[in-house]
Design a protein around this ligand. Structure first.
Ligand SMILES: Nc1nc2c(ncn2[C@@H]2O[C@H](COP(=O)(O)OP(=O)(O)OP(=O)(O)O)[C@@H](O)[C@H]2O)c(=O)[nH]1
Ligand SMILES: [Mg+2]
Length: 598
């Protein structure tokens, strides 16, 4: 059987997964209602978090498809996938046109010499402008230095949601056949008899984990035929070392499922069990003398924070797994598959290093869903020292705002050491590209939403470590801290809501040292949210029924990680997200502060 390997890439939300689902459905691999976004968290958030493998059969060909995440925080995962396929479907929204992540994934594809197939999707949108988008895509190809051959890309118009593709906008089409035919025509064949004759070489671009089989390597067979039970050498391009192992099981992908096979041939994408210490980019080969394939880069972490056992007064009430040993085992398991993650396991806490707030938030979200409870400290950026120079992570930030709001955004970004790299105007919107240190950006997202009244769009992507931007004077908001245990009452919250944004509503259980809101002015403020109305005989105008409370700013994981202050912890349980002071009483906090000053 012939094999072709493609990845589906795009900016977030442009329709990659809908397209993959439709391809699987129309080739009979999945049923109506089944989606590639199979993870519970993905379904809840409506985004793809993990890239996933699938395959379809069309005519005489097996097409391996990798659906990738569009969110910029997962960009390095997409990059790894691109190393192992032969062409991409670059999906572009027929209304929005190319967006920042379109540019990033296209750039990587072109650099790798791939010739993309462009899918202009969502042509059913009332405001769709497919011809304009086609032109913009062509401009982007040119800007990114595409070769003659790459510029000759095929274009397919689609309504992924309905499973329709067409070559010309005026064509009549009921399904994705036109796209499938373009794939067969354009994507080079991965399999051949000649390749099968060579000694095997396989390179993993992703890892998976199974409770029974342990770590699994997902990779492409570049050459040769691999057999279940076969002995292998694993070569590491960086260290040059070779070690031995044995493939206990081999799986290929069939639809969304994995299928155990006795052997697999060159060109196919497989999952291999039995190699517990295998890592991305290593070469699995037949003979120690074979050359290793070029290494695959895994981006380094940019932020870190501490994971601790929850020791708040509410500890253990809501979680199933709460001990340091349980948290440690869970994190060790995470390291099996979460390639960008690093962890220092210290005696009484763990330092976790990740690729950004979303990367960490997703780990925490998965843990709380599984019943874990813990607390974490404020994320800090990671500094590096290279050649006596202090470096820190920088991001490219694309901001699209109504032109009238441009001034505020530029002023705020300047304070956070963001420099303007490019600016353009499109209709009534300004598009500004900044380069800014991650350190300056931490905590800005929420502010940005407020400043632009929810009308602004902001995308950012880590671009690497650069010389430190020096001191950044960010104004962080002080906290409103409870000085009482008990139930928060509407009456006291009503009086407190003028002094800051509250994180809790009436009826919430609070404890001494819990952060119940921010303080608009000045320093941290100790307050009593449990205080009821004084009992008097007087009838006051503000009778309880008349108190209208502003809805609280509900703490989510991401919001919590963003607004947490240095001396606080974010308490994460299956049911709640709370902020708290590390030292619960005012006395302890004063003492700790004095000690620090000494
Ligand atoms: N109108 C219209 N909406 C579509 C079409 N295709 C996808 N959508 C919608 O666009 C949204 C995003 O679709 P997804 O397929 O999840 O997008 P994605 O590119 O996989 O998103 P990420 O994986 O999170 O980057 C969903 O609400 C879809 O219903 C289409 O052809 N037309
Ligand atoms: Mg998706």
């Amino acid at each position: 059987m012939k094999i072709r390997n493609i990845a589906i890439i795009a900016h977030v939300d442009h329709g990659k997964t809908k397209l993959t689902d439709a391809l699987l459905r129309q080739t009979g691999m999945i049923e109506e209602g089944v989606s590639m976004d199979s993870n519970a968290l993905e379904q809840e958030r409506g985004i793809t978090i993990y890239s996933k493998n699938a395959s379809i059969l069309y005519k005489d060909t097996k097409i391996n498809i990798v659906d990738t995440p569009g969110h910029a925080d997962f960009g390095s995962e997409v990059e790894r996938v691109l190393r192992s396929i032969d062409s991409v479907l670059l999906v572009v929204d027929a209304q929005e046109g190319p967006m920042p992540q379109t540019k990033f994934v296209l750039k990587k594809s072109l650099e790798l010499g791939l010739k993309p197939i462009v899918v202009i999707n969502k042509i059913d949108k009332p405001a769709a402008r497919p011809e304009w988008v086609h032109e913009k895509v062509l401009d982007l190809f040119i800007d990114l230095g595409a070769t003659e051959k790459q510029l000759d890309f095929s274009v397919v118009y689609a309504i992924a949601k309905e499973g329709i593709a067409k070559i010309n906008l005026t064509d009549d089409s009921k399904d994705l056949t036109p796209l499938l035919d373009v794939i067969l025509k354009e994507v080079p064949e991965a399999s051949s008899e000649e390749l099968n004759q060579k000694p095997f070489r396989v390179q993993p671009f992703n890892l998976a984990y199974d409770n029974f089989m342990g770590r699994l390597a997902i990779g492409r067979i570049y050459e040769g035929i691999i057999k279940s039970g076969g002995n292998v050498f694993i070569k590491n391009a960086q260290s040059g070392e070779a070690r031995q192992g044995k493939m206990t099981k081999i799986f290929t992908f069939e639809g969304l499922k994995r299928k155990e096979v006795p052997e697999a041939v060159a060109g196919d994408i497989v999952m291999i069990a039995g190699l517990p210490d295998i890592f991305i980019g290593e070469t699995i080969c037949a003979d120690a003398s074979q050359e290793s394939l070029p290494a695959i880069n895994v981006d380094e972490p940019t932020i870190s924070l501490n994971f601790l056992v929850n020791n708040s007064p509410f500890a253990g009430k809501e979680g199933k797994y709460v001990t340091i040993r349980q948290i440690r085992e869970r994190l060790e398991k995470e390291l099996e598959v979460n390639v960008g993650l690093k962890i220092d396991f210290l005696a009484d806490y763990f330092r976790v290093y990740g690729r950004g707030e979303l990367h960490i938030a997703i780990l925490l979200e998965n843990m709380r869903r599984e019943g874990y409870e813990l607390q974490v400290s404020k994320p800090q950026v990671i500094f590096k020292e290279v050649g006596g120079k202090k470096l820190e992570p920088f991001e490219e930030v694309t901001i699209i705002v109504p032109a009238t709001m441009m001034g505020t955004v530029i002023e705020k970004m300047a304070k956070r050491k963001g420099s303007i790299m490019d600016m353009s105007q499109e209709q009534s919107n300004s598009r500004i590209i900044f380069e800014a240190p991650t350190r300056g950006l931490l905590g800005y997202r929420g502010e940005f939403v407020i400043d632009t009244k929810g009308e602004g769009i902001m995308y950012s992507r880590v671009i690497g470590f650069k010389p430190s931007a020096g001191e950044i004077n960010k104004q962080t908001l002080a906290s409103m801290v409870s000085m009482a245990d008990g139930k928060a009452l509407g009456f006291s919250l009503y009086n407190l809501q003028d002094r800051g944004m509250l994180y809790i509503g009436a009826g919430a259980e609070v404890y001494i040292g819990m952060v119940i809101g921010n303080a608009t002015k000045g320093n941290d403020m100790s307050v009593n949210p449990t205080k009821g109305k004084q009992l008097t005989n007087m009838r006051s105008k503000a009778s309880d029924e008349a108190l209208t409370l502003t809805p609280p700013l509900e703490l989510t994981l991401e919001r919590g990680l963003e607004i947490i202050n240095d001396d606080e912890y974010l308490e994460v349980t299956p049911k709640s997200i709370r902020l708290r002071k590390q030292f619960l009483t005012e006395l302890a906090r004063t003492r700790a502060k004095r000690q620090k000053e000494l």
